[in-house]
Design a protein around this ligand. Sequence first.
Ligand code: HT7
Ligand code: ZN
Length: 873
Amino acid sequence: VTAKRRADYLPPAFSIPLVDLTISLHPTKTVVKSKLSVKRRLTKDSVKDTEKNDGNKSQPLILDGNKLSLVSVHINGTPFSDYTLDDETLTLNVDTDDFELEIENHIDPENNKALEGLYLSGGAYCTQCEAEGFRRITFFPDRPDVLSVYTVKVIGDKSFPMLLSNGNPIERGENPDGTHFVTWHDPHPKPCYLFALVAGDFDLLTDTYITTSGKEVALELYVDKGKKSQGTFALASLKRAMKWDEDVFGLEYDLDIYMIVAVDFFNMGAMENKGLNVFNSKFVLADQDSATDDDFFNVEAVIAHEYFHNWTGNRVTCRDWFQLSLKEGLTVFRDQQFSADMTSPLSNRIKHVRVMREHQFAEDASAMSHPIRPEEVIEMNNFYTVTVYDKGAEVIRMFHTLLGPEGFRKGMDEYFRRHDGQAVTCDDFVSAMQSTTELDLTQFSRWYSQSGTPQVSLAHNVTSNETGYVHTFTVTQNTPSTADQSEKLPLYIPVGFEVIDEDGNRYRDDSGMIQNDLLIVDAPEITITITCDAKKLTPVLLGNFSAPVKVHNELDTASLLTIFAHSQDAFNRWDAMQTLYNRCISELYENPTATIDSGIWAGIHAAIDSEIDNIELLSECLVIPSFETLCQSRSNISVQPLIDARKAFCRQFSTQLEAVLLNAFNGIATQAYSYQQDAVNARRCKNVLLSHLARLPQHKDLVISQFDKADNMTDTLGALKAAQSLPADAFESLMAKFEEKWRHDPLVLDKWFALHATQPREDILATITMLSEHPQFSMGNPNRVRSLIGSFAFYNSERFHNLGGEGYKFVTDYLIKLDALNPQVAARIVTPLIQWQGFAEPHQALMKAQLGRLLNHKGLSKDVFEKVSKSLA
Ligand code: HT7
Ligand code: ZN
């Protein structure tokens, strides 16, 4: 197994301006005929710099191909045999510079369970080519910097009435053998990872969109038969996204037709293939009965994300896969801005910060730590990570913060002006931004090459002189070394910086280094002073999570409550409460019999009272930090004691605050369902309150009554989650009713699988084994596997980390079976197992023992191998 390195990039030796494919679909023997126009690129740069570098004249044409049966090769119409074929490449010893290459090969879609390339699942043919799946369809230079214009003829049985590919349909007809065909042409040159083909029998929703410049675009959404009514929200979301991209970035759609197909078997969320997006049905189908508010939110966000890729990813694509964040970080940032505009900036920001703290910080602390632009990759699928996506989006957000919305827009305009139609690098993006700003982005660009989570710490000293009190704030930055990089350099960090006194008055620093509530920390240490009459000042750091860093700012309880009461930044107010809860949990972790100071409960009580009419902030402030978040501010963690401490805090929270929680719960009227922000906020707040009340036996009926009366999935699921705290028989009985009602709908049943899998019951492993025999469960379906096995491994920390090691063994046994079928999904679920660094013994040893078992398993995929071998290195 060999790694590829970013530093080894060479431009392609050949370009392929035109691709003409004819694909005759058959379950086990699909015939692919490919006709390529090939041109040698007569430049020295595409050849390794050796003495024999003759400007590429003697280079063979090397095509990628994986699991393909080769039938024939022709060059300029003549059979060609001067080639070598191995498991991964077809090497053609050609000496011509400009020729037509025809290749025929066969593939077996029915037995493709990895869901990469062309596969037949759930009664439909479907492709997934990103990152390197096109090589499973035909022989081709499967790299994103080879851009071609595609013409694709899809031939299929009439039981597959819809035959789709990228671009516009240009011909359709019937064949003498009873099959039919459609030919598609996509005028935009694209890399092969954006190729798509879908064939099946779907229900179709249609609409149109008129762009600002007056162009009419046909919108088509294909869903499983009988699901039409569940597609209307996705289609409306698409139109909102199209409008938003025109309004905010001046970007219009560029084809006559935009198609989305929802499929049940899909490895990830969705795929932005040019003009033909393929979606996991989980991110398309939504109605009030079957989808929660979070599901609606995610549908809109993913629809927008894939649509936004049309410019950031498709029109301007990546030169090589090390540049993945060029399109993903930028597109996640764009979808986050869109969602904030469509829903609410605060809850969006908190949602994304939770992802960073729970998952990205954990990744950076593990053996899989990598910069947002990785240096070395064995299996590209392993780098669709929270680092590349979410930390990548945080880096783009910092550009936005530093340049301001107008400055950022100018930079984006310049990026498109320079690079439309090209395959480029992250450096090209930075350079486009640089050309429109006075700010020197040289140091800032280290964010692309340095991994790890910087720690920003604050020391605060007060002295007095004749003019008053002198507050000295010393801010330091330090990035601990990571598995992939031991040396770290100072970064350019925009740190939100607000200073307030006990009454909420705000203070400026003496030398004006804080500008627009931001302090630029670009050196290992920065010092500022504030001279004033106030003896006590509270510094509030990282407003709106201005940078993806951890903050160390020792504040007492009174200061945290001052921040909550007076900070101008709602994010800071939420964060202060999170810090306070985290601190209380620490106290119980150190001393399980401790009781939390009554002053703290009084403070929280007052905080709740003060926000009773601001239910959006209130609901966020009522959420106790997750176990995963708690892990990020600790090391050498004893799992059960930390879980017990969190549980004890939650119990005291419910008991101490019962009256105010109940009052708040009763104060929120249950309204008829609508997916409107006010109604979403109300349901969210009510459900958070219910989860606290459910810990008290006297409120069991509130849970049952909400379950019985709910007219929507948000409240049903809210009741079921709360019921996880009820006695087992009560929980089981609600779960049984749920299963009875939804057993025909696997997407809804995924919620039920996940609720079961996250129960900390002692016999959970037997329960999961039993559930894996449920008629709706299938190891071949990634959604099912993620719901049952993934939820257990990621979120049932109590049982996954069981001291006997049974949880680790259970997941490992499962992964061994899954890896043989679908390595991509197996490699995702191995994540919690490779994150052993933070835990105390015996966890580390037990986890490593299972990782050792995996590593020794014969036939392990390179996906799982890469992660496991790194974690044991
Ligand atoms: N660009 C896509 C990433 C992707 C993917 C999607 C589905 C299945 C396998 C995949 N491998 C990579 C999704 C996105 O970020 O929009
Ligand atoms: Zn994306």
